[in-house]
Design a protein. Structure first.
Lengths: 186, 440
């Protein structure tokens, strides 16, 4: 495979082939990230599109330090965050939480049969604010302090949202695994 | 609870870690116009710079040619070469150029060049006038001595004097009978030519790694051709500048890559470049979903459909060929200088310059039963190549206007065909151009 340096160089020189090659190589992985942060396919497509435009615009600033994939990933996550903030900045929904605290779900280690596509479906069914906090904390590894600054909520709200997200996810996972077992045994 | 949370976090983190979903096609179609639009000003600036350079060269060449032309027609040079005023020839002129008043021209009315220090002085009777003196002296002398010596206009110009032509010409129309101008040799400065050449392209050896040697040994350049129309302008008798528009077709054969048809029914990804082939000119990407490629002798084909995943024999694919053919076409605009070494019945010229080559076609095919079967394209080719040319031109003049040309030419590509593959290869070529030219 061509070195990423050559592809970046080609992109910077305006080579359409290199631009397309860069997109083809990384779009599938980044689109999965977009789906993870969005509630529907249209939103995911918009995030990917805007994210890639930013990637091409900012390639000149890439210093070849660290992973290029990681650099692109951060741009796409930031784009998703921006979209989330634009959509939810009219009111601080986090402090007016009308959703009741869900009951804790029994935990199981038996996740047999759960595939990535199922996990993606489950995560996308979360309410946006829970999904955002869960993604940033559990998948990206940000702290509650960082998350609170990123999406303009308090640290406490971030913790609470995460807790609620986990409970909902656990329930759904149990449901999915139960359904799958039923289908297999039945 | 913390443990529970950690488990569910891990489940999602690990489960989605390498997950990929192909985005819809329209996403790229929406991205492309945006990024191209932003790059357009840069491309326009580059094009403008290229045009500016070309115009500057043309303007300088034009100015240079004008200067050379002017100096060739300068009477000073002509007189020094062909008309040195001596006692004899001046007397003759004056005798022929008798005045209407029939006044006798005396022997003292001559022009001489007595010494180097006083290159252009004249003796008129007892007078001695320095030529470096200006028009006051000339006019004074002219007023008083028009009967003795009439200077033809060209001589006056030679001597740097300004004068009123009417004064000298009054009653002296016979002067016009003398032609003091150097006879001009008519030079056909422009010529147009049609030339064509078979061309051999060669690649320098790549590095000695395994894959590089596989690539080098598995390829052979095919006979290519170049042809087009050029025009040239003769700056001087020896130097001319040439440009024009040529079409160059370059071919490369990649051996040992087996191709099969009928793969589309097994192509679950429906990707448009399932196979990549490493070549010295760059990387071939297939864009035909029906084609299957395999390199049985090496590792030049890169694909997810490897030996352990897919067997074309078991899938009953139709074998096509064992070679791929890369085709590149360029529009070439040369800026070439010629220096005439020998000016005989057959002229010999030294040729050198630069050519700008614009990629206009890039395709890869294989052949089945004599018919072409599209495979894809070579990725990352430089769209604009610059090559330097050196050669020797022979020109045989059939008539005053027409001549036959033969020009063995060597070209070296200054920028590589392809930087994308990481194997920067600067090809070179050798061709013998032949054709006809017409001077006007």
């Amino acid at each position: 495979m061509p070195e990423i340096r050559n592809i970046i160089k080609g992109c910077l020189a305006g080579s359409r082939r290199d631009q397309e090659l860069l997109y083809r190589r990384h779009s599938a992985k980044l689109y999965a990230v977009c789906l993870q942060y969005s509630g529907n396919d249209d939103e995911a497509r918009d995030i990917l599109q805007e994210g890639f435009i930013k990637i091409f615009e900012n390639l000149i600033h890439y210093k070849y330090e660290g992973s290029f994939e990681g650099w692109m990933h951060r741009i796409v996550v930031n784009t998703a965050l921006e979209k989330y903030r634009n959509k939810h900045n009219l009111y601080r929904v986090d402090d007016i939480d009308l959703i009741p605290e869900p009951d804790a779900a029994p935990e199981t280690d038996d996740y047999a049969g759960l595939e990535a596509v199922d996990l993606l479906d489950i995560i996308r069914e979360l309410p946006p604010k829970y999904r955002m906090v869960f993604n940033l904390f559990a998948i990206e590894g940000y702290s509650h302090k960082e998350i609170s600054q990123m999406i303009n909520i308090s640290e406490g709200t971030s913790k609470s949202n995460l807790s609620r997200a986990r409970i909902i996810l656990q329930k759904k996972v149990n449901l999915y695994t139960g359904l799958k077992k039923t289908v297999v045994s039945g | 609870m913390a443990k529970e949370g950690a488990n569910i976090d891990l489940l999602f983190r690990n489960g989605l870690k390498d997950y990929e979903v192909l985005p819809p096609v329209e996403v790229w179609n929406n991205i492309l116009p945006v990024i191209r639009k932003k790059q357009r000003p840069v491309l326009l600036l580059r094009s403008a710079a290229l045009v500016a350079v070309f115009l500057s060269i043309s303007f300088l060449a034009y100015r240079w040619s004008r200067e050379i032309t002017n100096s060739a027609q300068n009477p000073m040079i002509a007189v020094r070469d062909q008309f040195i005023p001596t006692r004899e020839n001046t007397t003759n002129i004056l005798e022929i150029n008798k005045q209407p008043s029939n006044r006798q021209v005396t022997e003292t009315s001559i022009i001489e060049n007595p010494t180097d220090e006083k290159p252009w002085a004249e003796f008129i009777g007892e007078e001695y006038i320095e030529s470096s003196d200006s028009e006051i002296m000339t006019e004074a002398r002219a007023m008083s001595n028009t009967g003795n010596l009439i200077f033809p206009p060209s001589i006056q110009v030679i001597r740097g004097f300004s004068y009123n032509n009417e004064i000298y010409n009054t009653g002296n129309e016979n002067l016009n009978k003398f032609d003091f101008e150097v006879p001009k040799e008519k030079m056909n400065r422009w010529s147009i030519s049609a030339m064509a050449s078979p061309t051999v392209y060669l690649q320098p050896e790549l590095s000695s790694s395994d894959i590089s040697s596989q690539i080098s040994s598995g390829e052979q350049t095919r006979l290519s051709y170049t042809g087009g129309v050029g025009f040239s302008y003769k700056i001087s008798k020896k130097i001319s500048i040439q440009s024009g528009l040529y079409y160059a077709s370059i071919g490369n054969e990649v051996d040992g890559i087996s191709s099969f048809a009928g793969f589309h029914q097994y192509d679950y990804t429906k990707g448009d470049h399932n196979f990549e082939v490493l070549t010295s000119n760059g990387r071939i990407f297939t864009d035909n979903a029906d084609i299957f490629l395999r390199d049985y002798s090496g590792d030049r084909v890169q694909t997810m459909y490897t030996n352990d995943v897919f067997d074309p024999a078991k899938a009953n694919l139709s074998y096509i060929n064992n070679s791929l053919f890369q085709n590149f076409s360029y529009l070439e605009m040369p800026v070439i200088f010629r220096y005439k070494l020998i000016d005989k019945s057959i002229d010999f010229n030294l040729i050198g310059g630069l050519s700008y080559n614009l990629l206009v076609n890039n395709s890869v095919h294989t052949v089945i039963d004599g018919n072409r079967y599209n495979v894809g394209k070579t990725e990352g080719l430089n769209p604009l190549m610059v090559s330097s040319s050196f050669g020797m031109g022979m020109e045989y003049n059939l008539t005053d206007k027409f001549s036959l040309n033969l020009e063995p030419t060597f070209k070296y590509y200054i920028n590589p065909f392809n930087e994308f593959s990481g194997m920067k290869s600067h090809p070179y070529s050798f061709g013998v151009f032949s054709g006809l030219s017409y001077k006007f």
